[in-house]
Design a protein around this ligand. Structure first.
Ligand code: C2E
Ligand code: MG
Ligand code: MG
Length: 396
């Protein structure tokens, strides 16, 4: 059933609306990390009405904005009551209508400052679907909120027509992964591949991730092998009253000792740390399947001016690469990294190859570049794989 705008407005004015809090936990340590505020309508007889029965009607007019601001103030009051060190951040849902609110960041600042709270304690959630059609305004809106010191999360990522291209351009801090992306309980191989890619994509864009709607042990176990920052879902906790949430925060305050992330010896954490260093050290990293003549680039940071395809046919990449070399180095480069030659090198027991060439830089000047090719063994196929790392060398 759904209610009329008048009924909802009356409920708002009678203070019948309140926020429940659903805790979010650290994926690896299980520690409480914060909560999401979710509006509830508590009728005078105690019946709890879910937002599904009144948010869609409220969304038809600016009534939704009043509700969102009301919930935000409620969350500020909860944070004030926490009075704990450290306080746990709360994220609040905002309708797409707020994107058109010119003074949004100022209004949020004024409200949070009224309760004397540090701005990073409040996170603004906006759903993925709100972004479509509002792209130009949205970027400025998000930037102004972050400038004011709040964090911004993209909610329900994967529930609609998600565009990775668009997420790449949105300067948000957090990506909330919708439960529809693990509806097959993470037991389906394709589902796992998609999830792994999304978490690694978010990590590389320096976004934190929250998996929401986690209901089963299987999902949790798989998400722990991914690079997922936080977990929110019925498996760990359902949305609860403010009072229950504050009790939970108190118990966590007691168990406040910090976990040493390295003690967990989690392979995903370890690999990501290592990757971070490799990407810093080598501006260009390429994965190649020599048997199948394919490649894809893992990193390409200001390497040369010439744009290069990020995935495709390896033989063509070598043609492309040698064209950017100094004319005297082209032949040597093309013959050293000729694919058939690399396959023979591999067969003859070679495990790495390296070459220094001169490559045209952004400024039209040739610079020395060292290319390392490492043949890598893998358990899942007989194909010959190689990883290429390229490094700009200092001038001689
Ligand atoms: P949301 O922001 O994506 O919030 C997550 C929803 O998923 C919540 O539903 C939560 O109870 C539910 N959920 C959490 N864990 C699980 C799980 O393990 N399994 C399942 N099946 N569901 C889970 P809720 O509280 O009914 O809210 C529904 C939606 O209503 C929210 O989705 C949000 O879009 C909207 N909403 C809630 N509060 C507000 C608000 O204050 N303002 C606005 N504009 N929208 C709100
Ligand atoms: Mg939300
Ligand atoms: Mg959501």
């Amino acid at each position: 059933m759904s209610y009329s705008a008048e009924e909802i407005r009356a409920a708002l004015e009678n203070n019948e609306l309140t926020a429940y809090y659903q805790p979010q936990y650290d994926t690896l340590t299980n520690r409480l990390k914060g909560a999401e505020a979710l509006v509830r309508w508590i009728k005078p007889d105690g019946t709890v009405i879910s937002p599904f029965h009144f948010i869609p009607v409220a969304e038809e007019s600016d009534l939704i904005m009043e509700i969102d601001w009301y919930v935000t103030e409620f969350a500020c009051k909860t944070l004030e009551k926490q009075n704990l060190m450290p306080q746990f951040p709360i994220s609040v849902n905002f309708s797409r209508r707020h994107i058109l609110e010119d003074d949004f960041a100022e209004r949020l600042t004024a409200l949070v400052d009224k309760y004397d709270l540090p701005h990073p304690l409040l996170e603004v959630e906006i759903t993925e679907s709100a972004m479509v059609g509002n792209e130009d305004r949205l970027l400025g809106w998000i930037i102004s909120i972050r400038k004011a010191g709040f964090t911004v999360a993209i909610d329900d990522f994967g529930s609609g027509l998600s565009s990775l291209q668009f997420v790449k351009d949105v300067p948000a801090d957090v990506l909330k992964i919708d439960k529809s992306l693990f509806s097959r309980n993470c037991e389906d191989e394709k589902e796992r591949i998609v999830l792994e890619s999304i978490f690694s994509f978010a990590h590389r864009l320096r976004m934190k991730t929250v998996a929401e709607g986690v209901e089963t042990k299987e999902q949790l176990a798989f998400l722990r092998t991914c690079d997922c920052s936080k977990i929110q879902g019925f498996l760990l906790a359902k949305p609860m009253t403010e009072e229950a949430y504050l009790d939970l925060c108190r118990t966590y305050k007691l168990a406040d000792e910090q976990t040493d992330i390295l003690q967990l010896q989690n392979p995903t954490v370890a690999s990501n740390l290592l990757l971070e260093v490799i990407f810093r050290r080598y501006p260009l990293v390429i994965f190649t399947n020599l048997t199948r003549n394919t490649f894809y680039m893992m990193a390409y940071q200001d390497f040369t001016r010439t744009t290069c395809p990020s995935t495709g046919v390896f033989d063509e990449l070598i043609v492309h690469g040698s064209a950017s070399m100094h004319p005297d180095d082209r032949e040597l480069f093309a013959s050293t990294f000729d694919r058939k030659r690399l396959l023979e090198d591999y067969k003859s027991g070679m495990r790495e190859k390296r070459l220094i060439t001169r490559q045209l830089g952004d400024d039209g000047i040739y610079r020395r570049v060292e290319t390392f090719d490492y043949f890598v063994d893998n358990n899942s196929s007989d194909d010959v794989l190689a990883i290429t790392l390229c490094e700009n060398l200092p001038d001689e």
